[in-house]
Ligand binder design. Sequence first.
Ligand code: FAD
Length: 261
Amino acid sequence: MQSFTARVSEHQLIAGSFQYLHLELVNPDKIEFQAGQYLILTVEAAKGIRRNYSIASRPEMSHAVELLVDVKPQGSGSQYLKNLKPGEQVKFVAPFGNFVVQDACVNHQLLFVATGSGISPIRSMILDLLITKKHQGPIRLWWGMRRQEDCFWVEDFDNLEKEYQNFKWDLILSRPPKNWPLHFGHVTQHLIEYTKQSTINPAKPRTVWYRAKRDPRQSRDNQQSTMCFYLCGNKFMIEELSTKLAEVGINKEHIHTEKFF
Ligand SMILES: Cc1cc2nc3c(=O)[nH]c(=O)nc-3n(C[C@H](O)[C@H](O)[C@H](O)COP(=O)(O)OP(=O)(O)OC[C@H]3O[C@@H](n4cnc5c(N)ncnc54)[C@H](O)[C@@H]3O)c2cc1C
């Protein structure tokens, strides 16, 4: 963990209440972190108020970090970030957290689920897997947003889907406009449906344990068809989805979560 000073080099309201920030590192001028980790930003130095923000960029871009912030809560963090101007300096410490793609998951199907700004660490993980690590295994993303006018990075994810055949994504609106042609409702129901219908069987812990005793090779094969879930966003989605995934037979060890609020 290290203390950083960075300069705001870009700040945009990208949709609804979502702000994008590009912070160019000043001192030190390089950062090492794992995709999915977060930083702790000083938002009111005099009062010692700090807020956590996931890094949305991939680790390979070590001279800067990108943040994606929903300023809807209107607390100290939102006010501070909303009013930052290009050229101003910020202070943070980083990196923190273990919401990162685990080595044990890399041979499995990787399923990412985000609500709202929860896309931030997941964007970093997906870009890191596809672009930096040239990951070949299946990667899926479900991103739940409220309204069409809140949406951003849609073209970016569409382009990734075109470029990388192993990546598929779905946007799900909970308050879609009339005649919305794509998915709507809650991410939970879509993901559970997918998990049930998937041709790849989730690992059943008892079977794995039983086979491991008899034939270690068979056990490894079974584990390769396992799904690993990475959920990020509000606690209601994370708790509901974790419970439902457990009900359809997903081993808790394969569900990784980051609760923003
Ligand atoms: C590990 C971690 C990483 C995080 N990364 C990000 C990130 O990348 N982008 C991001 O926007 N936020 C992120 N957050 C949330 C962030 O730390 C702040 O909680 C958020 O910015 C609100 O801060 P605030 O000072 O404006 O409001 P506060 O005064 O802290 O909170 C006001 C109220 O709003 C609620 N709240 C907090 N966030 C939201 C939200 N998004 N929508 C609705 N209600 C909310 C709080 O529970 C509280 O009741 C992360 C949180 C954690 C724990």
